[in-house]
Design a protein around this ligand. Sequence first.
Ligand SMILES: Nc1ncnc2c1ncn2[C@@H]1O[C@H](COP(=O)(O)OP(=O)(O)OP(=O)(O)O)[C@@H](O)[C@H]1O
Ligand SMILES: [Mg+2]
Length: 230
Amino acid sequence: MLNVSRLQVRYGGITAVRDLSIRVDEGETVLLVGANGAGKSSLINAVIGLVPASGGSISLKGADIHGLSCERRARHGIGYSPEGRHVFPLMSVRDNVLCGGFRLSGAQQRASYDWLASLFPMLAERAAQPAGQLSGGQQQIVAIARAMSSRPALLLLDEPFLGLAPVWIEQISRAVRQFQAQGATILMTEQMAVPALKLATRAYVMRGGIVTREGSPAEIREAALSNEYL
Ligand SMILES: Nc1ncnc2c1ncn2[C@@H]1O[C@H](COP(=O)(O)OP(=O)(O)OP(=O)(O)O)[C@@H](O)[C@H]1O
Ligand SMILES: [Mg+2]
């Protein structure tokens, strides 16, 4: 589904991602774990097109998406939930979620909202409320639902558990599992590696802009037990 090959991301003199290659196959949930500043968000943002790649290639379903705008990449089937949520605070919960499905018809948007409300009951209860009034966990759900509302071929989740209480981590995990049961393909980053590894089918460890290890969730959990990225 996604092939990232020898990717470089630079900010001025800082190289955040160097010569990095990863892949996400259809139906997989791939986790990127790594400490602060490892380059996880830079990689995700290069995939959706928010930061330019200064080298390497990115392809989705075999098509090179490297030069495309964010919007074109979304139209190609990528959904993106950013680190730090970034919901539109004055817009209602419903409108926040629906704007992620901008390429759908009105009927498809309604069906999509009903589907998302079955995964996240909060969306039905709070549909008319401005998203800025919600708790952090609820805003994270809105951001994830917005990313899922177009039923993307590839869902990018950047730190979906950041700063959340266990009750929200559990609720989001349950919804991700239901999406996985419908065949979802997901690339996620997380410092909270323990709950994220429970969702992953494969994981990469990143440090200093490179991949230092790849393996099954069990292998990564075991290898990382004594390390700072758990
Ligand atoms: N906009 C930017 N301008 C300059 N440097 C940046 C920028 N964004 C990230 N960096 C630097 O790039 C490196 C990788 O950062 P990145 O945010 O990708 O890491 P991360 O693994 O997502 O970290 P975190 O776990 O804190 O989210 C860090 O050294 C960071 O300081
Ligand atoms: Mg990050």
